[in-house]
Write a protein that binds this ligand. Structure first.
Ligand code: ACO
Length: 343
C-alpha cells in the first residue's frame, strides 16, 4: 500500500475561436442541421487555425490549468499528452507542448488510445505520483481532429471538432487520494471499426493511399455505437463496485462526448438521472481525447462540483479502447493555496 495518492490541483481548457455550425457544413457535404442534431446532438464544433497544431491547443489549456493550480511550469516533473492527432509522428506532442509552456524540468511522452486516451493518461500519471517518483504531472487531452477527418465524408466529418483540456495532478498523502478506482480495457480484434489506415509503418502515406483517402479517419459508426454503450456502462459498474460507491452518489457522470444517444443510454444503464449526465458536445462535437478534460474544466469553472463529491468519467474509442475512473473532488478544492502543500 503506497503512502502517496494523486489529486487534481488545477484544470484548464482551450477551444479554437473558429466556430463551424451544422448549417456551414450543409455547404460542402450532403447533410442537414436537422440530421446532425437529431442523430448526434451536435450543433457546432470548433476548428483550429492552420498555425494551431495539437500541441498549441494543449499548451493553451495547460497554461490555464497551471494558473488554476498556482504552480509554475518549471515545477512540472512529467507531461503526458493523450492524442490521436499528434503534431508529428515524432517528436511526441508532449515535447512540442513542453517547449511552448517552458516546462523544462519535465519528461514528456504521448499516449495514443484514441478517445480513451485521457483516462489512460490520467491513470498512468496517478501511478507515477503514487510510487513517489514525481510530485506534479500535467495530463493533457488535445486534438486537432479537423486535420484527420475527410471533409468529403459526411458520415464522419460532421462528428468531430478541435480542442484541448488539461489537469495538473499532484502527489498527496494516501488518505487524500482522489482517483478512487480505475478500469481500462482494449480489444484489438475490432481495430478496423475506427482507425486511420495509412500514415504508419503498416501503410505509409503514398500517392495511392492518399488517392483512396486512407490517411483519413474511417469509422463503422453503427457497430461502434453498439459496443460503446456496453463497454462504458460495464467499466463504470466495475469502478463503482471497486470503490463501494453507488450510482446515486455520483454528482456528475462525464462520458466521452460522442453522441447524446450513447451518453443517455450509458446513464440509463447505470441508473444515473439525465440531469447528472454532463454534456457539452452540442458546442464542441467529438474532440476525441479532449472531451473529458474539456467537460471537467467546464464543471470546475462553473462551480458545479463541491469538495468531496464524486465524478464518474468514462470513455470509449478506437483500438478498441475503453475505461472509467471514479474521482472524489479534492479537499481543499483545486485553485486554493493550501493545495500546493503536497508531499
Ligand atoms: N447527414 C445526412 N445523412 C447521413 C449523414 C449525414 N452527416 N451521415 C450518414 N447519413 C445517412 C447514412 O448514409 C444512412 O443513410 P441510408 O439509410 O440511406 O444508408 C443514414 O444516414 C443512417 O446512417 P447510420 O450510420 O445508420 O446512422 P446512425 O443513426 O448510426 O448515426 C452515427 C451515425 C452518428 C455516426 C452513430 O452511428 C454514432 O454516433 N456512432 C458512434 C460514434 C462514436 O461513438 N465514436 C466513438 C469514438 S470516436 C474515436 O475514438 C475517435
Amino acid at each position: 500500500m503506497s503512502s502517496y495518492g494523486a489529486a487534481p490541483i488545477g484544470t484548464g481548457s482551450y477551444v479554437p475561436e473558429k466556430v463551424l455550425t451544422n448549417t456551414d457544413l450543409e455547404e460542402f457535404v450532403e447533410t442537414s442541421d436537422e440530421w446532425i442534431r437529431t442523430r448526434t446532438g451536435i450543433h457546432e464544433r470548433r476548428i483550429a487555425a492552420d498555425d494551431e497544431p495539437t500541441s498549441t491547443l494543449g499548451a493553451k489549456a495547460a497554461e490555464h490549468a497551471l494558473h488554476a493550480a498556482d504552480i509554475d511550469a518549471s515545477q512540472l516533473d512529467l507531461i503526458i499528452v493523450a492524442t490521436l492527432s499528434p503534431d508529428t509522428p515524432f517528436p511526441n506532442t508532449g515535447c512540442h507542448l513542453q517547449r511552448q509552456i517552458q516546462a523544462m524540468n519535465a519528461a514528456c511522452f504521448s499516449i495514443e488510445a484514441a478517445c480513451s486516451g485521457f483516462l489512460f493518461a490520467l491513470e498512468t500519471a496517478a501511478n507515477f505520483l503514487r510510487n513517489g517518483m514525481y510530485k506534479h504531472v500535467l495530463v493533457v487531452g488535445a486534438e486537432k481532429m479537423s486535420s484527420v477527418v475527410n471533409w468529403q465524408d459526411r458520415s464522419t466529418c460532421v462528428l468531430f471538432g478541435d480542442g484541448a483540456g488539461a489537469v495538473v495532478l499532484s502527489r498527496v498523502p494516501a488518505e487524500h487520494e482522489c482517483l478512487l478506482a480505475s478500469e481500462m480495457g482494449s480489444n484489438g480484434h475490432h481495430s478496423d471499426l475506427l482507425y486511420i489506415p495509412a500514415g504508419g509503418s503498416a501503410q505509409p502515406v503514398t500517392p495511392e493511399a492518399m488517392e483512396k483517402g486512407l490517411h483519413y479517419l474511417h469509422m463503422n459508426g453503427r457497430e461502434i455505437f453498439k459496443l460503446a454503450v456496453g463497454a462504458m456502462a460495464d467499466a463504470c459498474s466495475k469502478v463503482l463496485s471497486q470503490a463501494g460507491t453507488s450510482s446515486d452518489q455520483i454528482r456528475w457522470l462525464i462520458p466521452h462526448q460522442a453522441n447524446t444517444r450513447i451518453l443517455a443510454s450509458v446513464g440509463k444503464r447505470l441508473g444515473v438521472p439525465p440531469e447528472s449526465v454532463f454534456m457539452n458536445l452540442h458546442k464542441y462535437g467529438n474532440t476525441s481525447a479532449a472531451t473529458i478534460p474539456l467537460c471537467l474544466d467546464e464543471v470546475v469553472r462553473n462551480n458545479q462540483v463541491d469538495e468531496g463529491e464524486h465524478l464518474l468519467l468514462t470513455a470509449f474509442g478506437g483500438g478498441l479502447t475503453w475505461g472509467a475512473q471514479l474521482l472524489r473532488w479534492p479537499h481543499p478544492a483545486p485553485g486554493t493555496p493550501q493545495n500546493d502543500k503536497t508531499n
